[in-house]
Design a protein around this ligand. Structure first.
Ligand code: SF4
Ligand code: SF4
Length: 257
């Protein structure tokens, strides 16, 4: 028996899908436009993929200005929304007969060259897809929602028309406000040193850091760290995070909250 012929998901179906889930921003891109390095390209997740669909929700004020408990609740709520949407999107694409994979933040980590990264760099993919640009603090700046977007994606072997076009343009003015605001001095000349960033150091007890950083740089030990992280990441409660380089940026202020 021959396999069913995939039915392309139309732009209108995608628009309805995201509107129904109150997802404010998304874009569809041909994976040939994604310049991610080998090992972290969408094709490393799904070799036959042709399209990446990136979507985002706006991070609420309480994530930045709430108590630690409110920040933690907001982060977990964002994680739940992104995960449920990404898995529903994958299911929608697979129902139409195309192999697809959901890509969510907070897990699917890989440690490479001493740096902890997502299995797929959603923000780099988003920038390549024309969804915004990367600022000196390494965060995505979207023309409408500034640096307030939390991203997830699905990759699929289905060929889907790219779009929609993002209205306006975003720019990093290299104003250095993010560099000046960083309490850890982790940003220098547009590069963020991850092992100085509090969003990593806060999770690694001080006495263990030299060993942890060394393990992240070794070939085999980095693989071990990757396996351990991916086994435990979904069970780790995300605590309040440092957002100083976000809130200091002029692109933090967006017209709609
Ligand atoms: S604070 Fe200034 S330098 Fe930093 S990302 Fe924003 S616009 Fe760019
Ligand atoms: S998240 Fe905090 S510690 Fe990390 S680079 Fe930004 S301001 Fe610095």
């Amino acid at each position: 028996m021959s396999s069913p012929v995939p039915v392309p998901v139309s732009p209108a179906t995608l628009a309805d899908f995201f509107a129904g889930r109150h997802i404010p921003a998304y874009c569809v891109a041909d994976v040939r436009t994604i310049r991610a390095p080998a090992g972290r390209h969408p094709r490393d997740i799904l070799p036959s993929c042709r399209t990446i669909i990136i979507f985002a929700i706006v991070m609420p004020d309480r994530l930045f200005f709430g108590t630690e408990r409110e920040q933690s609740e907001a982060t977990n709520a964002i994680r739940n929304t992104l995960e449920s949407t990404a898995y529903s999107l994958r299911d929608l694409l697979e129902r139409e007969g195309s192999a697809s994979v959901a890509v969510v933040p907070f897990h699917q980590f890989v440690v490479q060259d001493g740096i902890l990264r997502g299995r797929l760099s959603l923000k780099h993919c988003a920038a390549d897809a024309g969804f915004g640009i990367l600022g000196d603090n390494s965060l995505l700046i979207h023309p409408r929602y500034g640096n307030r977007l939390a991203l997830a994606a699905a990759v699929t072997e289905q060929e889907i028309e790219p779009g929609p076009l993002q209205a306006g343009t975003a720019t990093c003015t290299h104003c250095n406000r993010c560099t000046d605001a960083c309490p850890a001095g982790a940003i220098r000349c547009g590069v963020v040193t991850q092992t100085s960033c509090r969003n990593l150091t806060d999770y690694v007890p001080h006495p263990l850091r030299p060993l942890a950083w060394r393990m992240m740089r070794g070939t085999w030990s980095a693989r071990l760290v990757t396996v351990l992280l991916n086994m435990t990441a979904s069970r780790v409660e995300i605590r309040g995070t440092c957002t100083a380089c976000m809130t200091a940026c002029p692109h933090f202020k967006i017209p709609e909250r």
